[in-house]
Design a binder for this molecule. Structure first.
Ligand SMILES: [Fe+2]
Length: 337
């Protein structure tokens, strides 16, 4: 790339993603200034490398959160305020409501996902593929319009070898589908819902009476094949067990439930999309900032030893360019007047 940035792609060990370095700037404040001077550079880099960018060396942002907000603003029209998205108050930064806390320490107190069973693959590697690896999702897909881009800063990461974040290239996964499968899924919609609504697969399998949902908690339909508004590329847009409606869905208009035809299709697509050749494993270093495009990637957290380790990560989300399928829509999570 030209100008003040150098893009090295793909990311190490993966077939997509890029490492972005500012050629003449050191430290977050200088990098943010350089990015603001060339406002198209970072969004363009994100689009060029399949929706995943790593910017190392941003640890200064932890002391100056405004730098993270300024960088976030380059990726779209609106940096979301989590006090307005129905997020639990303990998960939101006390003084910067655009920052969502992902942490096992107070006040967020979120525990990591369990270790996969078995912990390693047959050839001794970190499991990445669904369903051995669980928890694959795209951020807040239970809202319409959903957010475009997430930025994730390692304020206090855990030691490497645990607490990784996995990313899968959902555009490459779509492109690799057979023509028959592409034709089968074109026009289908997934039913996405927050894990707290009691409709994740495990909850539905456990039975019981489904609870009545408030209007803002209702499942939201999202295209299973999403056309990226910037690149025009098609990508699979889906989550798996925890963030789809396994009672009425997960695929609208198909036999519902954990044993239905819709579930079988979704599981097959997720197992395909998370094949190791589509996945990047990020081992975190303090100050790493990873930017991903929720419109064309899925990601998953991994286990870490929460009894021994503290982890604090900051996330922002940027919205406002979801594509033509959402044109003119009001925000589904805000109650009608
Ligand atoms: Fe996420």
């Amino acid at each position: 790339m030209s100008g003040s940035f150098e893009l090295i792609r793909p990311l190490a060990g993966a077939n997509f993603g890029g490492l972005l370095r500012a050629t003449g700037a050191v430290g977050a404040a200088a990098v943010v200034r350089a990015a603001e001077a060339e406002p198209a550079a970072l969004p363009q880099a994100l689009a060029e490398c399949g929706g995943l960018l790593l910017l190392p060396g941003m640890e200064e942002m932890a002391e100056a959160p405004e730098l993270l907000l300024r960088l976030s603003r380059l990726f779209g029209p609106e940096v979301e305020n989590y006090r307005e998205t129905g997020m639990a108050p303990n998960m939101v930064h006390a003084t910067v409501p655009e920052i969502f806390l992902v942490s096992n320490t107070p006040p967020a107190l979120r525990q990591p996902p369990p270790m996969p069973d078995p912990p390693l693959t047959a050839d001794g590697r970190l499991p990445v593929q669904f369903p051995h690896r669980r928890g694959w999702h795209t951020d807040q897909s239970y809202r319409r319009p959903p957010p475009d881009v997430s930025l994730f800063l390692a304020v206090i990461p855990v030691p490497q070898g645990q607490g990784q974040t996995l990313f899968a290239d959902a555009s490459a996964a779509y492109a690799a589908l057979s023509p028959t499968m592409k034709a089968r899924i074109e026009g289908l919609e997934g039913l996405h819902i927050s894990s707290g609504a009691g409709r994740k697969r495990d909850a539905v399998l456990a039975g019981g009476t489904p609870r009545v949902l408030a209007p803002h908690e209702r499942p939201q339909r999202q295209p299973l094949v999403r056309v990226h508004p910037v690149t025009g590329r098609r990508a699979l847009y889906m989550c798996e067990y925890g963030q789809m409606d396994w009672l009425e869905g997960p695929i609208a208009g198909m036999e519902p439930g954990p044993h239905g035809e819709g579930g079988a299709l979704l599981e097959a697509l997720m197992a395909h999309a998370t094949r190791p050749e589509f996945v990047y494993v990020h081992e975190w270093t303090r100050g790493d900032l990873v930017v991903w495009d929720n419109r064309c990637t899925v990601h998953a957290a991994t286990w870490f030893d929460a009894a021994r380790e503290r982890r604090l990560m900051w996330r922002t989300t940027v919205s406002g360019n979801p594509g033509a399928a959402y044109a003119g829509e009001r925000k589904s999570w805000i109650a009608a007047e």
